[in-house]
Write a protein that binds this ligand. Structure first.
Ligand code: NAD
Ligand code: DAU
Length: 357
């Protein structure tokens, strides 16, 4: 018998958002045992957790959620009270070139975890306090908006990319396991995250890296697509709140109330970087290069997060100005981390994604 109050599995804890969630839980809840299970794909990096790896209430298991026999074994040995599921293939551009990898991890991997949870929790009462399958999802399942309106929890699903289709399928499976088997589940659908430790395939860290090295800044199409940006630590705090307070079977949207056209965001990053690098203003914006648009590119995402605000008084706490400033400082101060992740496979990925555009 463990002395811990809860035994929590976090999947994908070595990734961008996962590492922030693991850190928050390990530090804030010494009474919980946090087990991070991650395959360590190109996006998973244990260096993201070097500050907490020696904590007594933290353990790491390397493994693949697609391997159902392995997952069943881990669950039967560990008897988890709760799962916070973040492991995924997360990059839309990669889903366009390699959709099957997204079906495997995002759909099959999620169903493997649902089955394993059901097997161990069905033995007792699943309604015992503390049993919970928390699924971290995205606003991309709702499709795209025109210039007006917001995604609410009631917006019908309308995914367009293989990534969002796979996340939509995983959300449906999570709800199906709640409705069919009574599995206690919570889903949150969040907008675009930014912050430290994000793999530099995503817009913000890619631009920071390219500006630093005077590489071209590839802006898709006319740069008019809009995203709603949220600082990753605010997302982690929303997950913490919902994990502890949301009712089984519920869904919450999480967003930043912070819409930016891509081109305006890239120009803002250029300005911040010029200032931080001591370059004359206007230097980095010369690197902006309009390139062939992403296939099926959703025009606008914007989240209505009034439900989480009303039910639990959650709101983003970090302004975009402050969050971007912290993010840029982190990348400029962690050159070794960046150098490591952009060596090897990244060069091949970059060539494949951007040379034809
Ligand atoms: P990420 O790509 O940075 O990290 C994903 C992690 O999952 C990595 O550590 C990787 O090694 C691990 N992983 C991948 N396949 C695995 C497998 N088969 N078995 C075990 N581990 C595996 O992703 P992220 O941006 O941190 O996103 C985390 C979650 O949040 C995802 O479910 C994503 O859909 C969702 N989400 C992301 C954003 C965003 O803006 N990044 C916004 C909303 C929701
Ligand atoms: O909305 C939540 C989603 O946000 C998450 O579910 C995904 O996991 C996450 O990757 C993110 O998806 P996006 O496709 O919105 O993020 P990305 O950083 O790839 O792109 C942001 C916008 O910038 C998008 O409109 C495409 C554009 N873009 C992106 C890249 C990588 C460019 O113009 N140039 C680029 O080189």
């Amino acid at each position: 018998m463990s002395d811990y109050k809860k035994n929590i599995l976090i999947t994908g804890g070595a990734g961008f958002i996962g590492s922030h969630v693991v850190r928050l839980f390990v530090k804030k809840y010494p009474e919980y045992l946090i087990v991070n299970l991650d395959k360590l794909t190109y996006a998973g990096n244990l260096a993201n957790l070097s500050d907490i790896e020696g904590s007594p209430n933290y353990e790491f298991i390397k493994g693949d959620i697609n391997d159902s026999a392995f997952i069943d074994k881990v669950f039967s040995e560990r008897n988890f009270d709760a799962v916070i599921h973040l492991a995924a293939e997360s990059h839309v551009d990669r889903s366009i070139t390699e959709p099957l990898a997204f079906v495997m991890t995002n759909v099959l991997g999620t169903v493997n975890l649902l089955n394993a949870s059901l097997k161990i929790w069905n033995k007792g009462s699943m309604n015992d306090s503390g049993k919970l399958f928390y699924h971290v999802s995205t606003d991309e399942v709702y499709g795209t908006l025109g210039s007006e309106g917001y995604f609410t929890e009631k917006t019908p699903y309308d995914p367009h990319s293989p990534y969002s289709a796979s996340k939509a399928a995983s959300d449906h499976f999570v709800r199906a396991y709640h409705d069919t088997y009574g599995l206690p589940t919570v889903i949150s659908n969040c907008s675009n995250n930014y912050g430290s430790h994000q793999f530099p395939e995503k817009l913000i860290p890619l631009c920071i890296h390219n500006i630093k090295h005077n590489f071209a800044l590839p802006v898709y199409g006319k740069g008019e697509n809009i995203r709603d940006w949220l600082f990753v630590e605010d997302h982690a705090s929303a997950i913490d709140l919902l994990f502890h307070k949301a009712n089984a079977g519920s869904t919450y949207n999480v967003g930043g109330n912070n819409e930016w056209k891509n081109i305006d965001l890239v120009k803002l990053l250029c300005k911040i970087m010029d200032r931080k690098l001591g370059r004359p203003e206007g230097t980095s914006s010369k690197l902006i290069t309009f390139v062939k648009d992403r296939a099926g590119h959703d025009m606008r995402y914007a989240i209505d997060c009034s439900l989480i605000q009303k039910d639990f008084a959650w709101a983003p706490s970090v302004s975009f100005e402050e969050g971007l400033d912290k993010t840029v400082d982190w990348y400029l101060g962690n050159d070794e981390w960046l150098k490591k992740v952009v060596s090897g496979d990244y060069i091949h990925y970059y060539e494949q994604q951007y040379s034809q555009r």
